[in-house]
Ligand binder design. Structure first.
Ligand code: CA
Length: 508
């Protein structure tokens, strides 16, 4: 059995390190015949055994790296003391060798929720008017119009939850025919059809931009009902009146929508983590993974992402792929990202932040092992490129950047109705198109941001709760928030990040 005491947590028997549950003073007895040799900050690693120079440093049963110098037992191991192992090979990864049958996943306590059914695809968790720009040049006008729509029109339509200005940075000054331009164009195309927008299309263009309507809408949808071109209108007042008239017509239709009881198969949610620490992989992410398993068992679709944060665990994911083509797609997405990073002169270890390191994460391998835990244990049924829409139900891997503010919009474009966001260091992150539930890894974080973090998984670290307890709490909050019964803190305060869509293509 791995060691878990009030002072330290070891994850796997094979691990030669544990992490400090709280700050430990030098000389603290942490195991039989083992004392800390110096002060160990909370969440940081302690050597449980003498590790020779070049020796493996093992956590999660995985080699995090190799000791640069000998490390005596009881020492603090920080990020400067180990070298990074090579990336796992993407060639011929065994697939389907670790498929957990559905009946072994945890049983969800509820199997229905209240959502806004759509003609196709997942149901909505909110009833919103989404006004999407084709180009950032239109953003200022649209933001002012949205303020007026909220003030002057929205009160007439009590069944509409809100109005969102989707003012991304793409659209012009870009190499629109570059091979990779399909990624941002797909994000704009798919966000127009977000399940929370109920099929009502309202697109605002400037008139001279490269991202023309025909690139993001089918011909039958390019009508005066759905698109408005700012350069066609004579001055401010005419332009605003046209925008408000259009919004009024859309709001009238959206106001007819009602929530109805739906099966979990109508729910699509995303998982993300950000500002992680060494507890993220012990408490918050495994608890979210437990909730993910419950959702998948109940028929829902759960998406996880963040390429650099799974790259070192890619073989574990391949083992969970349901067939060879899913495995091939996983390998192809990882390879694409390896090349993308290499073209920028870096590798996957450019990912960890100063905050991650302060939180005890030595490198990307350690961060990845914690990050993957949010995917739970269920089989991976599909792998997607950024901003693609799922075609399957179950656990989906969408190969987006790990950057919080880019992963979020990518998953939103894929159609998530809610995101669960795990954090160790704390972030006010939120999205306006769908609600975000924040789960922290340590109780100290929850005490600090008591009115900004929705759920603490910190009790898992101190033995006061199990992963199943917190996982069930997260599951129930997902259904309550998706059903509109609860609002997470980020929505209560309106803390919403921008629609930073991923554009790996050239800007001109
Ligand atoms: Ca992230």
């Amino acid at each position: 059995m791995p060691i878990q005491t009030p002072d330290i947590i070891q994850i796997k028997d094979a691990d030669n390190v544990a992490v400090a549950v709280h700050d430990l003073e030098a000389g603290t007895a942490i195991a039989p015949d083992l004392k800390t040799r110096q002060t160990i900050p909370q969440a940081h690693k302690i050597a449980l055994k003498d590790i020779p120079a070049g020796g493996e440093i093992i956590r999660y049963g995985v080699v995090l790296g190799y000791a640069k110098d000998p490390i005596p037992a009881g020492s603090w191991i920080n990020e400067h003391m180990l070298t990074l192992p090579a990336s796992p090979s993407l060639d011929d990864m065994p697939w389907g060798t670790h498929i957990v049958p559905k009946e072994e996943l945890p049983v969800p306590p509820r199997t229905t929720w209240m959502g806004y059914r759509n003609k196709t695809g997942p149901a909505g968790t909110r009833n919103l008017l989404g006004i999407v720009t084709t180009v950032q040049c239109a953003a200022g006008v649209v933001k002012v119009a949205v303020e007026r729509i909220r003030r002057e029109l929205l009160p007439k339509y009590p069944n509409v939850d809100g109005v969102v200005a989707v003012t991304h940075p793409y659209g012009c000054g870009v190499a629109i025919n570059a091979p990779l331009a399909h990624i941002p164009i797909r994000a704009v195309t798919n966000v127009i059809r977000h399940p929370n927008f109920g099929g009502e299309v309202m697109v605002v263009g400037l008139g001279c931009e490269k991202l023309t309507y025909d690139r993001i809408l089918p011909p039958e949808d390019i009508t005066p009902e759905n698109v408005l071109t700012l350069q066609d209108w004579a001055g401010h007042d005419a332009m605003m009146n046209a925008l408000l008239d259009m919004a009024d017509r859309k709001l009238r239709k959206l106001n007819e929508r009602r929530r109805e009881e739906l099966p979990l198969s109508e729910l699509l949610i995303g998982m993300q983590c950000g500002g992680s620490d060494a507890f993220s992989g012990i408490t918050a992410n495994p608890s979210a993974g437990y909730a993910a398993d419950m959702l998948v068992r109940g028929g829902a679709t759960v998406m996880f992402s963040e390429v650099t944060e799974v790259r070192d665990g890619v073989q574990m994911l391949a083992a969970r792929c349901v067939n060879e083509s899913v495995r091939d797609r996983l390998a192809a997405e990882m390879k694409w990202y390896d090349d993308y990073l290499e073209a920028g002169g870096v590798d996957r270890d450019a990912n960890p932040t100063p905050g991650n390191k302060k939180g005890g994460l030595a490198n990307i391998v350690e961060k990845a092992m914690g990050s993957i835990a949010k995917s739970g244990t269920s089989p991976i049924v599909e792998v997607l490129s950024p901003a693609e829409k799922p075609t399957q139900h179950g656990l989906i891997y969408a190969a987006t950047p790990a950057s919080d503010i880019v992963c979020g919009p990518s998953q939103v474009a894929s159609g998530i109705g809610l995101q669960v966001f795990m954090t160790g260091r704390g972030t006010p992150y939120g999205l306006d198109i769908c609600p975000v539930i924040k789960v922290c890894s340590r109780n100290e974080m929850k005490e600090h941001w008591f009115d900004m973090i929705d759920i603490s998984a910190g009790d898992v670290a101190v033995g006061k709760a199990t992963i199943a307890d917190v996982g069930t709490e997260i599951f129930n909050m997902i259904l309550d928030v998706a059903s509109g019964v609860k609002q997470p803190y980020s929505d209560q305060y309106g803390f919403h990040n921008d629609m930073c869509i991923f554009n790996p293509a050239p800007i001109t």
